[in-house]
Ligand binder design. Sequence first.
Ligand code: ZN
Length: 400
Amino acid sequence: MPVAQCDDRCKSPAMNSYSFQTVPVLHFGEGCLSMLADQVAALGGTRPLIVTDKGIIGAGLIAPVEQALSDAGLTAHIFDAVIADPPEVVVEQAIDLAESADVDIVIGLGGGSSLDTAKVVAALAVDNAQVLSDIYGVGQLARKGLPTILIPTTSGTGSEVTAISILTTGETTKAGIVSPHLFADAAILDPTLTLGLPAAVTAATGIDAMVHAIEAYTGRHAKNPVSDMLAIEALKLLTAHIETACSDGANMVAREAMLRGSMLAGQAFANSPVGAIHALAYPLGGIYHIPHGLSNALVMPHIMQFNLEAAASLYAELADALDVPKTGPNSAEARAQELIDYLEGLAVKVNAPRRLREVGIAEDAVDELAEAAMLQTRLLINNPKELDLADAKRIYADAW
Ligand SMILES: [Zn+2]
């Protein structure tokens, strides 16, 4: 019997070799914002920059952060000009402030846009030979920048535990920076900060987190036992609590579950990257400024339907893990369909818009959207089923 060649062995699922990375320190729980000053000190920070947006200031969420710092004798510089789908010019303004104020630690506070911006600011606001245009893509960032602490105020992007930043380049294209150097040094997850999120944002960001878990679980290249475990636990928490989090925003149990679920899903997809749902969601954000979570929620069922045949056994496993009621015949395809229907039912229950036309997109936008989605090759390669331009057009048309 010939000895197996390395190539054969490496391709064998039984070998199951994989890598897994996440942030080194997580503080999680009601009131854990009180850990901030100690965490800044532990990282050697004395001159913090808070990167955030005006919505956070308006919602009164920056006051407790500033208070936590001032109690420890620290005064923070504040950059509050982050906007959704952050364009490069905004990131460059924040880098300029970080450099002119000579800050030595960056604190991201907010949703995914603020956290993604904070990561890039920390990466480039040091004596660094690289500029923004050098670092797009996977593994282009040469080295780690300033220490970074990320504090999410939504339960969706998982950005606090990912090594990814998504920016808008040019007018409409969203591009990713992926590098292990973007991992924060610490994340502080205090569900108190999410209590005031409106129901519509809770729904959309919660569905985004579910999509992270589903796409990590069905990823074609980097799916592994750790990301699987995280994805399943995330999906259980998110599906069980999203309705309560939307209908009763002050419910701390639901808010805590959603924040934990989005973090776990973030850890999963940081290691087993997302696929076609995100690839087709990005143009909706880049071109039409539909919020990221809502973009995902709109295309999710249509891409899952497209993937059904290729991902049937994995979708069936998720249906079983979630105890989705079994009503159809005993096949993986039927079980997968039950998962898709169950998730769609949840999206309807939390009043997420279900049609592209409901969010102001014209029917003839399909071609432009599909062409833009095909540029997301970094994501499309992870999809369980090959997807071409004609498929993308059909999926957008179905979603319209
Ligand atoms: Zn997402």
